[in-house]
Design a protein around this ligand. Structure first.
Ligand code: PMP
Ligand code: GLN
Length: 382
């Protein structure tokens, strides 16, 4: 294996899902819902397959999906997006992030990212020869410290890689935090890649606001999202990047040599999905909020310190009140102890101490599964 990949091994999600399968534990590790999204979206995909949309799609994506993404940006955020030059369909947000970093980062360029970071960020920055500079979101609030962000900028900084709503902490950056990102980006003339895959999964009336809506950001921002979370089809891997034509052209240049094009028949189905009425999006968030509350209450009852998330699929806990100190050890022993799988935060940090006692739990699961998991975790009390 090439030196730039040394130390990356297999992803924590694959490892922990395999552990769950091996031990028949309840998997609150990897973030995927255990109920599929709307059947009409499946029907739309089947229809597309039967209608013969089974050969290579156009490189940038099928026109109706690009139009649907542009309509979505206008409908939810008032953004004016040209579907032909400003939208690129990708194989999940994962490919969009990878292609964006390949397109924009030269060896030695620095990329500032919020840590704990989604695991593909560190690997992709390494694969393009970039240098990652973390800005740490710290428990218990997990807020972005504007001073820490400013302090991370150097002459080599090229990109701010932002993620909001944030996996794994569940933080939704507020207006002040977003403005701090905008100010730093504009002052230092930086590009911004913003991963907004959980854009519709926010709670308690908190709304996600895309960075691209701020003054000064349009021409420097690549916004990335995906259908996986919004429509509960994480396995379809339909994602997209939206941004100014010059940046989209650069990302397209990388994407065409990674996958060339993305899964053809799924694209018209997601175009249909993006047009669902407001009620769909409201219900999705409300249902997930109820699951968040259910799992948070259960975990609190067991004795964890619980950090209630504002968005995403995940809740973070501190394990120290139960007498544990090391999240990695805890998560490796948990299937045997209780028959449950969770994800240790530590693998998402450069600052290992900051993540050591923290563990992430996914609540995008059926209520009976959450209840059973909490009941099993009850063993930790004694
Ligand atoms: N970004 C974040 C923050 C995520 O949590 C995930 C996980 N699904 C992804 C990107 C990857 O999205 P996709 O499955 O669409 O590639
Ligand atoms: N995004 C999901 C999570 O954070 C997992 C995706 C993956 O397995 N790479 O759990």
């Amino acid at each position: 294996m090439a030196s730039r990949l040394q130390g990356f091994g297999s992803t924590v999600f694959a490892e922990m899902s395999a552990l769950a399968a091996r031990t028949q534990a309840i998997n609150l590790g990897q973030g995927f819902p255990d109920i599929d999204g709307p059947v009409e979206i499946i029907d739309a995909a089947v229809q597309a397959m039967r209608a013969g949309r089974n050969q290579y799609a156009p490189g940038p994506g099928v026109p109706e999906l690009r139009a649907a993404v542009a309509d979505h940006q206008r409908r939810f955020y008032g953004l004016d997006v040209d579907p032909d030059s400003a939208v690129l369909v990708t194989t999940g947000a994962t490919e969009a992030v990878a292609a964006a970093l390949l397109a924009l980062v030269d060896p030695g360029d620095e990329v500032i990212a919020l840590e704990p970071y989604y695991d593909s960020y560190a690997a992709c920055i390494a694969m393009v020869g970039g240098v990652r500079r973390p800005v740490t979101l710290r428990a218990p609030e997990f807020r972005l410290d504007p001073e820490a962000l400013r302090a991370a900028v150097t002459r080599r900084t090229k990109v701010l890689l932002i993620n909001t709503p944030h996996n794994p902490t569940g933080t939704v950056l507020d207006d002040g935090e977003l403005q701090a990102v905008v100010d730093v980006a504009c002052e230092h003339d930086l590009l911004v890649i913003t991963d907004e895959v959980y854009e519709h999964l926010t709670f308690d009336g908190i709304r996600h606001r895309p960075l691209a809506t701020y003054d000064g950001m349009r021409d420097r921002t690549l916004t990335i999202s995906s259908a996986g979370k919004t429509f509960s089809f994480t396995g379809w891997k339909v994602g997209w990047a939206v941004g100014p034509a010059h940046l989209i052209r650069a990302v397209m240049t990388a994407k065409q040599f990674l996958t060339f094009t993305s899964g053809a028949p799924l694209q018209p189905a997601i175009a249909h999905a993006l047009g669902l009425d407001d009620g769909y999006f409201v219900r999705l968030a409300a249902e997930l909020q109820a699951k968040r509350d259910r799992l948070c209450a259960g975990l609190r009852d067991v004795g964890f310190a619980v950090f209630v998330p504002q968005g995403t699929y995940f809740v973070t806990t501190d394990i120290r009140p139960l007498g544990y100190a090391d999240g990695v050890e805890f998560c490796l022993s948990l299937p045997k102890l209780c028959g449950v799988v969770a994800i240790p935060h530590q693998v998402f940090y450069d600052d290992l101490e900051a993540g050591k006692p923290l563990v992430r739990w996914a609540f995008c699961k059926r209520d009976d599964v959450l209840d059973e998991a909490v009941q099993r975790l009850g063993k930790l009390r004694s």
